[in-house]
Design a protein around this ligand. Structure first.
Ligand code: AMP
Ligand code: MG
Length: 322
């Protein structure tokens, strides 16, 4: 059975009120949403995704007033970041209150919270009297969805409804920021809100989280991966030449030689070389090539500046580096 793809918010609310799953659009990626206070509904998220129960979920709220009861404190720094970036693609790790079920945080004392920007999801959150727990709407470990069709293909037989908000405008999962034991702001997952942008607000450059423990499985070394073997290339033309006997698909960061005759398929992410555009188009390109029975996908590495760092972070997890 296929999910219904619709803009019908009332239908989405009714399903969610009844403990069912609904895919929702956000500016980052599509989320697989459930009532974040209903333990049975939360369990369905883990089952549908095949997600390990030790991988905590992000709670989504309409605004700060709705969020406040779910955390014990919002520090001055957290308030500054909320003011600067919410609604938007930033997730904060804050001390959880007892209103947050343990299955949301996988037993951790902090809960991941976000106020998303997408107008349809904002409207939906505004008519619900609970937050939405929503990880990305893909089977665990696979590429995140940025279009309703990606959700339909991957999870359409497991959910009744996909709320159609069109293509995601940012295209990469949210930046996750928390504070370590010394109170130092720490990035747990890179995203389109960069360390430099956070520094401008806090007057302190956040650290990158280094631990190998499973605090944020978005940090697992294999994640966000296509099923086709995929390699990340520093010098893409050399890499392509190396594999010329294979049926390969190429994802270029921006165009150099258009329509390379050695490639079976080539997608250019941004003609003008804009990193925002690369982030927005990357997952759709990976989904498209992954559906084409290729021997190999070769993806060009982005420059390691600004959003390029988050792009390369995801690419390193989804590919073999050559
Ligand atoms: P997804 O929504 O699929 O991008 O997954 C949510 C991400 O947030 C995962 O990488 C989680 O590990 C991370 N996350 C959620 N809650 C917490 C938490 N309390 N502490 C650390 N990471 C978290
Ligand atoms: Mg995910």
């Amino acid at each position: 059975m296929k999910a219904r793809i619709t803009k019908d918010i009332a239908a989405a609310k009714e399903l969610l009120d009844n403990g069912r799953l609904v895919a929702i659009p956000t500016e980052t990626v599509y989320g697989l949403a459930a009532n974040g206070t209903n333990i049975l509904a939360i369990k369905k998220i883990f089952e549908a995704k095949g997600r390990p129960s030790n991988n905590p979920l992000i709670l989504h709220f309409s605004g700060l007033d709705a969020l406040s009861p779910y955390v014990t404190t919002i520090s001055t720094d957290a308030k500054l970041l909320a003011e600067a970036f919410w609604p938007g693609p930033l997730t904060l790790l804050l001390p959880k209150s007892n209103k947050v079920p343990d299955s949301i945080t996988a037993g951790l004392t902090r809960v991941a919270v976000r106020i998303p920007q997408h107008p349809l999801t904002q409207e939906l959150l505004g008519i619900l009297d609970y937050p939405l727990a929503a990880p990305s709407a893909n089977p665990s470990g696979y590429i995140s969805p940025t279009r309703p069709s990606h959700v339909q293909k991957q999870l359409g037989d497991k959910i009744p409804l996909i709320l159609d908000g069109g293509p995601c405008t940012k295209g990469l999962e949210s930046t996750i920021l928390g504070w370590d034991d010394n109170g130092t702001p720490t990035i747990y997952r890179k995203g389109v809100i960069t360390a430099e942008a956070i520094e401008k607000v806090l007057h302190q450059l956040p650290h990158n989280h280094q631990s190998k423990t499973l605090e944020a499985p978005g940090m697992l070394s294999s994640h966000y991966a296509p099923r086709t073997k995929t390699v990340l290339a520093d010098a893409i033309d050399q890499t392509i030449a190396q594999y010329k006997k294979l049926k390969i698909g190429i994802i270029r960061f921006h165009s150099t030689i258009k329509g390379d005759p050695k490639a079976n398929v080539e997608i250019v992410l941004s003609d003008k070389g804009s990193l925002e555009e690369v982030a927005k188009n990357l997952y759709a390109a990976m989904h498209e090539l992954d559906g084409q029975e290729l021997d190999l996908i070769v993806i060009e590495k982005a420059p390691e500046t600004g959003i390029g760092k988050a792009i390369n972070d995801r690419l390193q997890r989804s590919t073999t580096i050559v």
